[in-house]
Structures are given as structure tokens and as C-alpha cells.
Design a protein around this ligand. Structure first.
Ligand code: KG4
Ligand code: ZN
Length: 339
């Protein structure tokens, strides 16, 4: 089964071709980071217009690289939500039209389901059930994943997402968007311990998170920051350590509470190397295994959407979680039906 995946939920146009027998055949990505850089964040209207320019050329490129023709497609999977409404409508509109013209199913995929299942693109893939730590610019969730579509929420952020904490703090430090990679780069030459930042809710009993206080603490520190470059690097290192400590602490608690020995990390913040190193070490101490998608599939991409679409179709979904042209800018992952 050959599935075209279209991801346009935010500021990346991702297109991919996934074959259920041969795996990922080709994928292409256009990042809008430069387009939004001057604004310090994603401008929805500019994002939509750029997706319109990119989807078809990238689709042609991916088909060409895989040596496939549109007529060979068995289905089109597009991100139906959550995300920016206008941006989602571009992928949904083009995806549904293409599928209609080819008389094949169009399947609307939940963006976070794409992230969640992306570690299954690697070998060895984690067997179900597993715990998933979803950490992106818009979401921070711990889920129990029993199978495709079998997702129960264990905990989530009560305010800002982990990626948002990186992005907002980066802005306060005068760094470019997206803030996560910029903070990580600056933190590499910094030392922890010079600044004191909170580890919000680390000691609470719940598996929920809260990151908005961290941003306020960074603001306070920035206001009285010594003028040396080392101070900025030290603050970046402390911020990264604070976010990582909380993510690792809650993930460990989830593994212990559920007695499930497998953790999957998904979403853009999952690209953070310090997070990866500390999660792996903490899981090893518990006798658990951590699975990561390859770096290129941590942030938004078309491969995870094509892959999730193929899995859904293999499990009998005719038109997917959201049929036709519908998009859902807000959409709870736990509300998805089992495949
Ligand atoms: O999953 P994603 O590409 O888009 C959303 O669906 O949100 O995640 C983007 C988020 C941004 O907040 C970005 O700053 C963060 O992931 N991010 C990182 C790193 N790479 C991307 N955060 C920390 N360290 C990184 N290396
Ligand atoms: Zn994402």
C-alpha cells in the first residue's frame, strides 16, 4: 500500500511516500523558519500562503525521487489537526482533492498521533504497550499507548508546553526562533549552578507539568543579567537543565506507576541531546528502554503522517479519523478511536 503523507499544520511543509512493504520511499521538507524569523514566531497567514506554494512541487519531487506516478498511490494522508486552521486547510484541501481525482481514500491524521507513532519507523520498533512523552512547541503530554489509536492521557502541561518554554525564554535572551535549538547551542558553552531556576511540579504526585513559571523566572534573571557572554550561556544551560529535569522526572514516574518498561519520545523537543542523554541514563537505571525517532523525524515532517495513514488504513480505517475535508485546529489525542 503506497501512501502520500502531507504535513502542513504549522511552519513546515512535509511530504513523504510510505510503502507498507518497503517502508519510507522518499520524503521532503520545506521549513518556513526564515520566513517567520523577523516576527519571532509563526505568522499564521504567511504560513498558509507558503504551504500553498510548496505542497505540489514537493509532492512532484517526492514522487520523482521514488520513481512513482500519482496513479500508483493507494491513499493520501494529511494532517487534519491540531494546528493552525489556515495551514491545515491547505494540506487538507490539496490532499482531499488529489484523492478525489485519483479515486482513492483521503485520511485525516492527528498530528500528535503522527509524532507518537514516528519511533515505529525505526528498527527495532518498540512493541505495544509503551509510554510516550510527547514534547513539541504546542504540547507536553505523557500517554499510555496500547496500540494504534489506543491512547490514554497520563499527564499534560497545565499551561505552556516544553517547546514553548524554550521558545519564549529564547526570545527573552534575544535568540532566534525556534528557541529550542538556539538555547541548546548556547547552553553547550554554559555551566549549570550559577543561576537558580525552579523545577516546576517536579515533586508533585501528579504526572502533569507546568512551564509558565520558568519563563517568568528567566525574565527575572535576564533583567539583572551580568553583561558577559558567559552569563547568557550559563542561564541557557540552567534553563535547559530545568526543563530536562522535569521531563525526565515525570517520565520516570510514569514508567514506575504503569510498570511499562518502554518509553517513546516524540515531538520537536525530543531532538534535544541533553534530554536524550538523561532520559536514556534514567531509564537504564530502571531497566527500561527508550526509543527515539531519527532526529529528522522528531520535528514536523511528512513521513510520520504517511506512516500513521498507512497504519490506520492497514487497520481498516476507510476515511480515517476525520473524513473528507474537515480540519480540527483543536483535537484531543485521547479522543481518537482504536484502529
Ligand atoms: O514537533 P515540532 O516540530 O512542532 C510542533 O508540533 O510544535 O516542535 C517544535 C518545537 C519548538 O518549540 C522548538 O523550539 C523545539 O521543538 N525544539 C527543540 C529542539 N529542536 C526543536 N527544543 C529543544 N532542543 C532542541 N534541539
Ligand atoms: Zn509537531
Amino acid at each position: 500500500m503506497l501512501v502520500l503523507g502531507i504535513e502542513t499544520s504549522c511552519d513546515e511543509t512535509g511530504i513523504a511516500l510510505y510503502d507498507s512493504d518497503q517502508g519510507l520511499l522518499a520524503h521532503a521538507l520545506h521549513s518556513q523558519v526564515a520566513l517567520h524569523a523577523d516576527y519571532g514566531g509563526v505568522v499564521p497567514e504567511l504560513a498558509s500562503r507558503d504551504h500553498i506554494r510548496r505542497v505540489l512541487p514537493l509532492t512532484r519531487e517526492v514522487l520523482g525521487r521514488a520513481g512513482k506516478k500519482p496513479a500508483e498511490l493507494d491513499a493520501v494522508a494529511y494532517t487534519a489537526g491540531p494546528g493552525l486552521a489556515g495551514a491545515l486547510l491547505v494540506g487538507a484541501g490539496i490532499g482531499a482533492s488529489l484523492a478525489y481525482a485519483l479515486d482513492i481514500p483521503a485520511i485525516g491524521i492527528h498530528h500528535l498521533e503522527g509524532h507518537l507513532l514516528s519511533p515505529l519507523l525505526t528498527h527495532p520498533a518498540p512493541p505495544f504497550p509503551f509510554i510516550a512523552l510527547l514534547v513539541s512547541g504546542g504540547h507536553t503530554q505523557l500517554m499510555r499507548v496500547g496500540g494504534v489509536g489506543d491512547y490514554s492521557l497520563l499527564g499534560e502541561t497545565l499551561d505552556d508546553a516544553a517547546g514553548e518554554a524554550f521558545d519564549k525564554s529564547a526570545k527573552l535572551l534575544g535568540l532566534s526562533y525556534p528557541g529550542g535549538p538556539a538555547i541548546a547551542e548556547l547552553a553547550a558553552s554554559g555551566r549549570c549552578g550559577r543561576f537558580t531556576l525552579p523545577r516546576p511540579m517536579l515533586r508533585s504526585n501528579s504526572l502533569d507539568f507546568s512551564f509558565s513559571g520558568l519563563k517568568t523566572a528567566v525574565l527575572t534573571a535576564v533583567r539583572s543579567l551580568p553583561p558577559d557572554a558567559q552569563a547568557r550561556a550559563d542561564l541557557a544551560a540552567e534553563l535547559q537543565a530545568a526543563i530536562v529535569d522535569v521531563l525526565v522526572g515525570k517520565s520516570v514516574a510514569a514508567l514506575e506507576q504503569t510498570a511499562i518498561p518502554r518509553l517513546v519520545v516524540a515531538g520537536g523537543v525530543g531532538a534535544n541531546r541533553v534530554l536524550r542523554a538523561q532520559l536514556t541514563a534514567a531509564a537504564q537505571r530502571l531497566g527500561c528502554t527508550v526509543f527515539y525517532p531519527p532526529f529528522e523525524f522528531c520535528t514536523d515532517n511528512g513521513a510520520m503522517i504517511a506512516f500513521a495513514g498507512a497504519l490506520r488504513l492497514q487497520h481498516g480505517a476507510k476515511h480515517g479519523a476525520s473524513s473528507g475535508f474537515a480540519v480540527r485546529p483543536r483535537w484531543e489525542l485521547a479522543s481518537l478511536e482504536k484502529a
